[in-house]
Design a protein. Structure first.
Length: 56
């Protein structure tokens, strides 16, 4: 039963929304172009940022 608590696929978590809820700038990316843009924005921030890379 405890092992089920280590699975990050259930429940599905919107990590970017969770970060934003704590006041952390965040976004989700799917392509290398989106990642490049997100990195530019993240480095421009003062403090932490979260970039969620959605991979297939």
């Amino acid at each position: 039963k405890a092992q089920a608590l280590t699975d990050l696929t259930r429940p599905v978590i919107d990590w970017a929304a969770l970060a934003k809820g704590f006041g952390v700038p965040a976004c989700s990316v799917r392509t290398d172009g989106e990642l490049a843009d997100a990195l530019i924005r993240a480095f421009a921030e003062r403090g932490p940022s979260l970039i969620e890379a959605l991979l297939d």
